[in-house]
Design a protein around this ligand. Sequence first.
Ligand code: ADP
Ligand code: TMP
Ligand code: ASP
Length: 240
Amino acid sequence: MDKIKELTKGKAKSLFSTADNEKLVMHFSDDTSAFDGKKKEALLGKGAVNNQFNAFIMDHLAENGVETHHIEVLNSNDSLVWSLKMFPIECVIRNRASGSICRRLGTEDGLILENPLFEFFLKDDDLGDPLINDEHIISFGWATKEQIDEMKKLTYKVNSILTELFIKSNLILVDFKVEFGVCSQGKILLADEFTPDGCRLWDSETLKKMDKDRFRQGLGDVVESYHQVADRLGMNIIVD
Ligand code: ADP
Ligand code: TMP
Ligand code: ASP
């Protein structure tokens, strides 16, 4: 399906209209951003690996009962998705403490949590994506109680499915962020992306960081690490 018009250009992806107004083309660019857009760089080949990585994960989640917006891969950097009304919210699950929770609570990097910890963040770069709770979401009308419960249930399910998938490839899923939207039939679908840009993945023996923390912390070999993760999972990434 052809791209007609660029509707939105985000920090890492663009959305294009298509001849079918229920479907969009999602273009994964090489643009890489961190700290709410304060650090930016184009990393050659990142868009292609992320597009195909995302498709593999979305297909795996669908096979395991999580409905997603992903329809099909169109080419190296583009996928066809269902057009959704997005919640302005990010759903995070942490299996170990890392990143912002360590700064917030003074926790050591890598601390194993007693239970997977769910957190909501407001999607607003200008405000630095603040931590919010269910009460904020209901009071501001960003989602209903039923929608909150559904997003939490689905995010925990994603965590169980992917923790098991990654551990088989000797990778620890430390934490991740997902987004949801509502389709024309009113159903909540997993949207946006699941790639090493939006999660933390550590080698289970050495605890080497294999995700976007390599970019955030200037560790180098960012795209190479994403390819190594894809290889371990048995993906066949095509680079044009
Ligand atoms: P950001 O908005 O943080 O800069 P991206 O560059 O990843 O992020 O842009 C992708 C945008 O597309 C995000 O705002 C995301 O919420 C939105 N989005 C993801 N999936 C869908 C979908 N199926 N329908 C509509 N919008 C979507
Ligand atoms: P944090 O430690 O910065 O709160 O992030 C937790 C996880 O969620 C980490 O894997 C990165 C991901 N994440 C994003 O990808 N984008 C975001 O805007 C936020 C808040 C988190
Ligand atoms: N995804 C956010 C950004 O691009 C936050 C981050 O990854 O650090 O700024």
